[in-house]
Design a protein around this ligand. Structure first.
Ligand SMILES: Cc1ncc(COP(=O)(O)O)c(C=O)c1O
Length: 422
């Protein structure tokens, strides 16, 4: 068995619609490293798309899961409950920057967003949803509708559910500042939907797939004020930013505003499928019994993993690690650019360990460099992912437990691969 034979079998058996970003097949993984079926070793700076913040095969997570599956693995919470669901809800309620919170657990990020909208609609008795250009909220029909990027996520999959509107997300270097975004929102209220018909405004505190751009604090403050004025539910989508990634347990904590609902998934259970909707209890309690749920929602295995993840975050102070790792990678990229100013690397940015840079020549996005760069990194032993509205950004998402020497090795690979490009 080798990578090529598995790729051939995959191409015969699996539709091309689910892309495989790297042409390798994994045999095992440990902390920040992956070995493929040919025993090639890679540093993993994708972390399963910001999932294994606590590292691959984290021993504490594995132990918690093992103990759980030896007790029971599934009952369906809505059939017969279990304690670790409740304990996890209690801990998330206490950790989230929302007063008097309640939490419901689901399975995927998209499902968390779907349910956030369902709950907001039920509570407000309105249907409108406002999201942002460049935002990504999932691949189900409703969340595709909320996603603000056409190719490859929406192309050919419409029509999408109605009453969803988009406004520009501020990215100053692309000529969109907060004032412009807010003017477009006010205009939307005049031209397309009355604020009194809007159930929810949904925003990522730091856009993930959209390019790792942080929402400006003044935007969040104004959104909070508008939501308060018009009785709209403010939803922060923290599926990618949650659980230490940005140097805080929730990226929402970087802002001086409280959302009404936070959606979480990915790193919550460190590699096991689990998501959650954390929100103000009066909003969360709006739907009647039976209106929310799902067969696998809040799986006891996922809950066991998540409780271990939260313990690891606290005991290892992974929020501080995210700051340190992000700071080192950011500085290394700045140093590489200073040493070789001709490299088309620009707009180096980070919030904790959410680090990105853009390929830009002159003022123009340069997406054509992404594929060769990702390939060169892979051939040199580093897995990383692109992102960005124009497909010209590289994002670095190391596990927050990455060893120092592995971080240095990755930095060397990035520099070497950049120099091979030009
Ligand atoms: C911000 C954000 N929301 C929602 C989702 C959808 O999550 P899932 O792929 O688990 O459905 C993602 C996935 O990348 C995401 O980054």
């Amino acid at each position: 068995m080798n990578n090529q034979s598995l790729m051939d079998r995959r191409n015969n058996a699996v539709p091309r619609g689910v892309a495989t970003a790297t042409p390798l097949f994994v045999k095992r993984a440990k902390n920040a490293e992956i070995w493929d079926v040919e025993d090639n070793r890679y540093i993993d700076f994708a972390a399963g798309i910001a999932v294994v913040n606590t590292g691959h095969c984290n021993p504490a997570v594995t132990q918690a899961v093992t103990e759980q599956i030896n007790q029971f693995s599934h009952t369906a919470f809505q059939v017969a409950g279990y304690e670790n669901y409740i304990t996890l809800a209690e801990r998330l309620n206490a950790l989230a920057p929302i007063e008097d919170a309640k939490t419901i657990l689901m399975t995927t990020g998209a499902e968390a967003l779907e349910n956030a909208v369902k709950i907001a609609r039920h509570y407000t008795k309105r249907s409108g949803v406002i999201a942002f250009h460049g935002g990504f909220h999932g691949r189900t029909l409703l969340t595709m509708g909320m996603t603000g990027k056409i190719a490859p996520y929406k192309e050919g999959f419409g029509p999408f559910p109605g009453d969803i509107y988009h406004v520009p997300f501020p990215v100053p270097y692309q000529g969109i500042d907060t004032a412009y975004s807010l003017r477009q929102l006010e205009k939307l209220f005049k031209t397309d939907i009355s604020p009194s018909s809007v159930a929810a405004i949904v925003i990522e505190p730091i856009q993930g797939e959209g390019g790792f751009y942080a929402a400006p604090p003044e935007l969040m403050q104004k959104l909070r004020a508008l939501c308060d004025e018009h009785g709209i539910v403010l939803v922060f989508d923290e599926v990618q930013t949650g659980f230490g990634r940005t140097g805080k347990t929730f990226a929402s904590e970087h802002f001086d505003v409280q959302p009404d609902i936070i959606t979480v998934a990915k790193a919550l259970a460190g590699g096991y499928p689990l998501s959650g909707i954390i929100g103000k209890s009066d909003i969360m309690d709006s739907p009647a019994p039976g209106g929310l749920g799902g067969t696998y929602g809040g799986s006891p295995v996922g809950c066991a993993a998540a409780l271990a993840v939260l313990d690891e975050l606290e005991s290892k102070n992974l929020n501080a690690s995210a700051e340190e790792i992000g700071g080192r990678l950011y500085q290394a990229l700045v140093d590489i650019k200073t040493r070789q100013p001709w490299l088309p690397v620009n707009h180096i940015r980070h919030k904790g360990a959410m680090i990105a840079f853009d390929f830009v020549t002159g003022e123009e996005p340069e997406p054509s460099l992404i594929a060769p760069f990702v390939k060169a990194c892979r051939e040199n032993g580093l897995i990383l992912l692109p992102c960005g509205q124009f497909g010209n950004a590289i994002r670095l998402l190391p596990p927050l437990t990455v060893e120092s020497d592995i971080l240095d090795e990755a930095i060397e690979i990035i520099e070497k691969s950049l120099l091979n490009l030009v």
